[in-house]
Write a protein that binds this ligand. Sequence first.
Ligand code: SF4
Length: 377
Amino acid sequence: MISSLYLHIPFCHTKCQYCSFSSWQGRNNLHLPYVVSLKKEIERTAQSTRDRVQLKTIFFGGGTPTVLEPQYLAEILGLCKSLFPCEEDMEISFEANPGTINLKKLEALRVAGFNRISVGVQSFISDELRILGRSHTPQQAIDGIEMASAAGFENISLDLMYGLCGQDIESWKESLDTALSLNPNHLSMYQLTIEEGTPMAERVDQGILHLPDDEVIVAIDELNITECEKAGLAMYEISNYAQPGYECLHNINYWRNESYLAVGAGAVSYIDGKRERRYADPAEYCLKVDGDSNHIVESEELGLEESFRETVIMSLRMTEGVSTPRLSARYRIDIVEYYGEILTDLIRKGLVELAGEHLRLTPAGRIYSNIILAELV
Ligand code: SF4
């Protein structure tokens, strides 16, 4: 059964300097046509998958879903709920950016049935936000999180980004402390990656912006674990921490490499090892969907072994690791036999361990996760 649905809202207030996501600044005139086309794709997806879907999670991501009027988001969610078989207590998330939310909007979304909000903060330092090209201030982020709580959200997640240009351990600690003082149920902390073709990549190449040294990153990684633990947030994935019971079910489905539906411009669905990417430009997407022509721009079908390795790599990102019985039931491949000496060596070095029915990274292994995962690809 497919248990997750992702909906992509490709609009943003402004385009951040580091962003390579499928998102477009402005284009407000496309909001309504996009909603109409998205609903069409939802209807078609529901028709073609109905007998094999039982939704446990719905995730509105972007872009910035909250640039849309809340009634549009409510209508889209209502349509999904009416067309797909759903569990009673679904996790229904949306991403929000400070500066695009207010109490009234959040209350409307809560009433519509959204029960989890993920606020993209990235930093609580004004200068860092400015360099990132974010369109909000630290105070707007704090206000946004407090408003989410006032609007009745009891599952609030916050995103921070580290390894920012000019960042040091002190400025990171300030952001982290501020985040933790807001008592989020869930905290994601991703290291900035400089994506080719972005304005930030150009400024780094030109030597105008400077990334922190590796020692700073290592110190930040260590600080994250200790400070989050003190605040009652346990790491459950390399970059994600949660209070018990607040782990993001939608993302766990991704990390277990299970199938999921996706709709919207640029969205990528993954069903039975087949990935399908939709046209990224919202105008083009609308044209394709409205004209009943193929709105899939790229598709890729993974072979059994490829899918197996991908499942191993992604699952190892989680603290629980990869379930060996689940893996062999799914692929009929024994992980220990498959990787042979490579895995034995990692276990011998204390970087990977077999704990009960799971194979997982050890705390030492997590420090070198990139290297280890690259060995297992
Ligand atoms: S808000 Fe997110 S999706 Fe939009 S431009 Fe910034 S990083 Fe990209």
